[in-house]
Design a protein around this ligand. Structure first.
Ligand SMILES: C[S@@+](CC[C@H](N)C(=O)[O-])C[C@H]1O[C@@H](n2cnc3c(N)ncnc32)[C@H](O)[C@@H]1O
Length: 281
């Protein structure tokens, strides 16, 4: 089984840090807040976010609740940045550390009331997911909640070229060992549901989110920046896999950005959050 840092992007890149901050803003808003799917937060005292990036989810939750909220990420620069944000926001109940989540998690059994993770599709290869989910289960207290959010697709839009770029990215990820479906969707949410059922998790809540990033929406600018930055980061991978040559990539990329700048552009990004409660056995 392959372990270690297998993130599709460079986790220490300042560009990636900026992309994740912008993306979080629009995604959390589209999802209706950081704790959607958790009806009663009074029992949450110790909370963990896995693959926390620059820490926005942890900071939001630490602001909202009087709980200890911890985030871990493989990126030293993201963790340092997140700790600095916690200090400047005077959130003494938020903390961040470096950890490789493809390894056994460095926490004792039954440590947390809520374990959260979002957007690990490009972090965990498909053969690692099962071990990772078992680790999440191990560190959860009986009665604790596991809350996972993953993208269904890379956006469905009115632009054929933007859809082609999304499809190419999906194809590349699948070839590299990520996701559970090579075609139109990543296939991760159904796999997660299956895990929750096998483990007999209770109070299952499945929420579908659609992020509208059509022209003139509030999310448009952040999503435009996201596509602009993610496209540049994906380019070498797509070329190395022989899925596209440089000339064709540049054409597709520029045409996608141009389509997104058009007044008639419409796009929806679909995400799914699944929350379940670990049974008290
Ligand atoms: C797509 S980002 C998601 C960030 C955050 N969860 C969010 O929703 O904005 C994936 C994050 O996983 C981190 N990551 C990549 N490989 C990792 C690993 N092996 N262990 C821990 N974190 C990792 C990256 O540094 C990055 O911050």
């Amino acid at each position: 089984m392959e372990k270690g840092n297998c993130y599709i992007f460079d986790p220490e890149s300042p560009t990636e840090l900026g992309r994740l901050i912008d993306q979080d803003r629009v995604v959390t808003q589209a999802m209706g807040g950081p704790l959607v799917g958790i009806d009663d937060s009074t029992s949450l005292h110790n909370i963990l976010d896995l693959g926390c990036g620059p820490g926005s989810w942890v900071l939001d939750v630490a602001f909202a609740l009087a709980a200890e909220v911890e985030g871990v990420d493989i990126s030293r620069s993201m963790v340092d940045y997140a700790n600095a944000r916690a200090r400047t926001q005077k959130l003494l109940n938020a903390s961040f550390g470096v950890m490789d989540i493809t390894q056994p998690l460095d926490f004792p059994d039954a440590s947390f009331d809520l374990v959260n993770a979002r957007f690990l599709a490009g972090v965990l290869k498909r053969e690692i997911w099962a071990t990772f989910l078992d680790e999440c289960d191990r560190i959860l207290r009986p009665g604790g909640f596991l809350r996972l959010t993953e993208a269904v697709d890379f956006g469905a839009t009115t632009s054929e070229v933007a859809n082609q770029l999304g499809a190419l990215t999906l194809h590349a990820l699948y070839q590299l060992g990520y996701g559970f479906s090579p075609d139109h969707a990543l296939g991760i949410p159904p796999m997660l549901l299956s895990f929750f059922r096998q483990q007999q998790y209770r109070q299952m809540a499945v929420s579908a989110h659609a992020l509208d990033y059509s022209s003139s929406t509030e999310a448009w600018a952040d999503m435009y920046h996201n596509v602009e930055v993610a496209g540049v980061q994906m380019k070498p991978t797509l070329m190395q896999l022989g899925l596209i040559n440089e000339e064709l990539f540049e054409l597709l990329y520029q045409q996608t950005l141009s389509a997104m700048r058009s007044q008639s552009f419409c796009g929806l990004w679909h995400l799914t959050t699944i929350v379940g409660q670990k049974p008290v056995r």
